[in-house]
Design a protein around this ligand. Structure first.
Ligand SMILES: Nc1ncnc2c1ncn2[C@@H]1O[C@H](COP(=O)(O)OP(=O)(O)OP(=O)(O)O)[C@@H](O)[C@H]1O
Length: 190
């Protein structure tokens, strides 16, 4: 098992977003989380990635988790290839194959701050691909992507699962992920 959550509760400010939440992701599996704005999708994903402590429950994670959120977390002043190499060095990977997969190899010399919204998003996904983490935690990964970008993202997730990785994805946009389990958060009564 790559990640297991048991009886998790999440309190944000005074609000209990969810409780007694249990889920597990094994190698090759994907889970798509949907639900209205503010219901707690990002909070759940942050807990899965180890970025937020749950107010109750247990998490077991085997291996590294790669977090993809709203921010690109790439140095705006560096050429894209250097910005990605910075992370790849820390993670022990190489960015070039990941840039190819996301169709941004030609942008290698361009400073990150000159990239368009969709190019930046592709770059963030390339960073996730290059991380080598077994668990991908993707919060609205398709935001800003064109149709081709969405197809590349879906292919990258498929490829990751084929190599015994797992992914949990919160999305408002349709994302074709074959055989993914679905979790719809409805929220608790206020
Ligand atoms: N640091 C915080 N302190 C207090 N409340 C927070 C904090 N972060 C988020 N919240 C609240 O927790 C709730 C859930 O937020 P979250 O970002 O998990 O929702 P979401 O389902 O991902 O929403 P969206 O679809 O808009 O991205 C919201 O009501 C939000 O205002």
């Amino acid at each position: 098992m790559i990640v297991t959550l048991t009886d998790i509760a999440c309190l944000r400010g005074p609000r209990l977003l969810f409780e007694r939440m249990s889920l597990a992701l094994d190698a090759g599996e994907a889970l798509v989380v949907t639900g209205p704005n503010g219901v707690g999708k990002s909070s759940l994903l942050r807990i899965v990635a180890g970025l937020l402590r749950p107010s109750a429950g247990r998490i077991e994670r085997v291996g590294q988790a790669a977090w993809l959120g709203e921010a690109t977390a790439l140095d705006g002043d560096r050429p894209l290839i250097e910005a990605l190499r910075f992370w790849a060095r820390l993670d022990g990977g190489v960015p070039e194959p990941a840039m190819d997969k996301m169709g941004i190899a030609h942008l290698a010399p361009v400073p990150v701050r000159y990239l368009s919204t969709g190019q930046r998003r592709r770059a963030a996904i390339a960073r996730t691909i290059a991380s080598g983490a077994s668990l991908w935690v993707l919060d609205e990964p398709a935001n800003g992507l064109d149709t081709e970008g969405v197809a590349r993202l879906a292919m990258a997730i498929d490829g990751h699962r084929a190599k015994s990785g797992a992914a949990i994805v919160a999305t408002h946009l349709p994302l074709p992920i074959d055989g993914a389990a679905k979790l719809s958060l409805d929220g608790l009564p206020a």
